[in-house]
Design a protein around this ligand. Structure first.
Ligand code: C2E
Ligand code: CA
Ligand code: CA
Length: 624
């Protein structure tokens, strides 16, 4: 139509006035139009080609971008699904946008549960666990310039603990990281447990006991009493020494169990140290209840512990302090229970003591004595006195017993019974005993040939020092002949460490050193020890002599003991002979030696020559 109209217009233009057509003009007009159109079509075609080219370029770019995007997506998915942590992203409406496989695994969700768009609440409803509400969830932490961080914790039905760290973005959407913290939590709980418990018995330790005591004392109401028992097993060290530490540990566990049974219903029990325990008794009438508890503990622990068939007997010492009268402060109450325990121990163990103020003063005096004793050796404060051993047959002094004296710079002379048990307890007897041996041998080496010296040796010297070496050193330095030295031991040496002591005694005896059993008859089982070692001599304790003149029974007893020693082929010494009458009586018996004030009290070393040279008491010879 357009072409027709154009041609019509051109025909009109080519019309002459006379109505004829100007053919040339018409051809020119048509050609011009034709050329115009041809040019436009060419241009259009060109443009179309250009656009086609551009289009192909774009299509290639789009294909590339799409491929790249798919790759990126795949990579993201791989990364997400291999993350050791769970990840979830929720939008502002709290609908899931993104999550990974670990997230599903941690919360026990199926793949279909975590399609994009599900709400957080429907997911929470599906997880096999509950959120831990109390305590642990940490407060919000602010993240600079974005939202804040919240920690949530989930306890799963199978016991796992999952922690979620939720970063809430300013628009309300959130990104969360989830991790299984079960092992970390268990390790932390174990560490916390170990910090407050004793691993051997599982009982609370000293730290947590103090905390319990702190809070019990702080919460104490007016009129209420709190009792504290501090327990220590008697001679437990020797159980460890003789049976081994692993048997010792087993026994300690059994002790803990027995104590648990005693300490039930609300009393706090703890192990304070190796063989030390403590019990706290609150809210009861005292001292009656704590006395009953202590009785029960003593009974329980005195039942033998069995190692296979072999019974092991234990006993326990207890110190008791009661708040408020013995202290309202943790440290004071613990200290006072400890003071009472020391008193129970010093009294020989096997029992309990209630704290008293006098105890503390006594203990302080003891500590002061101990401190002084530590410096006494270097301060040359010790001295040996010598008491004659009088031979009945030869009617003369055949030797002397060395008896230790402590010349204290301010207290004056301290009696051996006051400081030797203490020196034994704190181990100082080892160094002191070594000094005594050396001093006694040096002194005896100055005496006439044939005069012996007897030295007292404590049980500790057998276990805590090399007694043979100490004896050798003393003999070597003094050049004293071994057969002029006699060692006096009490039955405690064989009672406490028989296995260690016997070989040492045999070795000493083989070298010609005499071995005497001292204080015979005072111990529990002197008789049984007589058969365990061939003593050269028994020394009958002075307590047997006291009444022999006036009391015929007493005389019969000492007579029997003398006969016993004689029958065993041992020399018999009677100690503590104070009167001529006692001497006369003993002279009729098979008594080989006497010792006592009647002959002479112990005298300083410089008196020995005088004691040897002065006229000796004469006694009527025994009718054989
Ligand atoms: P012990 O070995 O039985 O010594 C005898 C004690 O009886 C001595 O007391 C002595 O002075 C005393 N005594 C002697 N004759 C008589 C008497 O006729 N009547 C009375 N009533 N007592 C008499 P001492 O010197 O006070 O020693 C006491 C204890 O101290 C000794 O008893 C001994 O077990 C211990 N001891 C003394 N020196 C040492 C030592 O160097 N080492 C060790 N480990 N213990 C020692
Ligand atoms: Ca003695
Ligand atoms: Ca004695």
């Amino acid at each position: 139509m357009e072409a027709e109209a154009l041609f019509k217009r051109q025909c009109m233009e080519a019309l002459n006035n006379d109505g004829t057509a100007d053919e040339e003009l018409l051809i020119a007009l048509v050609l011009e139009t034709y050329r115009d159109r041809a040019e436009t079509i060419g241009n259009l075609k060109q443009r179309a080609d250009g656009m086609k080219e551009q289009n192909e370029g774009l299509r290639a770019a789009l294909a590339f971008a799409t491929g790249h995007l798919a790759e990126q997506r795949e990579l993201l998915e791989t990364v997400l699904n291999h993350l050791p942590l769970g990840l979830s992203v929720f939008d502002t409406e709290q609908r899931l946008i993104l999550s990974n496989a670990r997230f599903r695994q941690l919360f026990g969700l199926m793949e279909g549960d975590t399609v994009a768009g599900v709400s957080i609440n429907s997911l929470i409803a599906k997880i096999g666990g509950v959120e831990r509400s109390e305590g642990r969830a940490a407060p919000r932490e602010t993240v600079p310039e974005s939202g804040h961080i919240r920690r949530r914790e989930w306890v799963m039905n199978d016991g796992r603990i999952i922690q979620s760290v939720v970063t809430v973005l300013p628009d309300g959407s959130n990104i969360s990281i989830h991790a299984d913290i079960t092992q970390d939590r268990q390790a932390a709980e174990r560490i916390a447990f170990l910090a407050h418990h004793d691993p051997l018995t599982g009982l609370p330790n000293r730290i947590s006991f103090r905390e319990r005591l702190d809070s019990a004392l702080a919460a104490r109401k007016a009129g209420e009493q709190i009792a504290l028992i501090h327990l220590n097993l008697d001679r437990f060290k020797s159980v460890n020494d003789t049976l081994g530490v692993s048997v010792g540990d087993k026994i300690l566990r059994k002790v803990a169990n027995r104590l648990r049974a005693c300490a039930r219903n609300g009393n706090a029990l703890a192990r304070l140290g190796s063989d030390e325990f403590a019990i706290l008794q609150c809210g009861l009438q005292q001292p009656w209840n704590v006395t009953a508890l202590a009785d029960q503990i003593r009974r329980e622990l005195s039942e033998p512990f069995f190692r296979g068939e072999k019974p092991i007997e234990l006993s326990v010492s207890m110190g008791i302090a009661i708040s408020p009268q013995d202290g309202v402060d943790t440290d004071v109450l613990l200290k006072h229970a400890g003071v009472a325990l020391s008193h129970a121990k010093n009294a020989g163990g096997r029992g309990e003591r209630f704290f008293t103020q006098e105890m503390e003063a006594e203990l302080e005096a003891r500590h002061a004595l101990e401190a002084d004793l530590r410096t006494a050796l270097h301060g040359n404060e010790f001295e040996l006195h010598y008491q004659p051993l009088y031979d009945m047959a030869e009617q003369r002094i055949l030797g002397f017993e060395a008896l230790l004296r402590w010349n204290h710079p301010t207290r004056g002379r301290v009696a051996p019974m006051e400081f030797i048990p203490l020196a034994e307890e704190v181990g100082l007897i080892v160094d002191i005993g070594r000094w005594v041996l050396k001093r006694a041998c040096l002194d005896a080496a100055m005496w006439p040939e044939g005069i012996k010296v007897a030295v007292n040796v404590s049980a500790i010297q057998f276990t805590h020092s090399d007694l043979q070496q100490d004896v050798s050193a003393a003999l070597a330095i003094s050049k004293l002949s071994p057969n002029r030295l006699e060692i006096e031991i009490t039955e405690s040496v064989l009672m406490q460490n028989r296995d260690e002591a016997l070989p040492v005694l045999h070795a000493l005896r083989e070298r010609g050193i005499g071995i005497a059993m001292d204080d015979f008859g005072t111990g529990y089982s002197s008789l049984s020890y007589l058969s365990s070692f061939p003593f050269d001599k028994i020394k009958i304790d002075k307590s047997f002599v006291n009444d022999i003149v006036d009391n015929s029974e007493a005389f019969s007893i000492i007579r029997a003991i003398i006969l016993l020693g004689d029958a065993l082929g041992m020399r018999v010494t009677v100690e503590g002979v104070e009167t001529a009458a006692q001497l006369e009586l003993l002279a009729q018996e098979a008594c080989d030696e006497i010792q006592g004030y009647h002959i002479s009290p112990p005298r300083p070393a410089y008196d020995v020559p005088y004691l040897l040279s002065r006229p000796q008491p004469k006694v009527k010879a025994r009718a054989v």
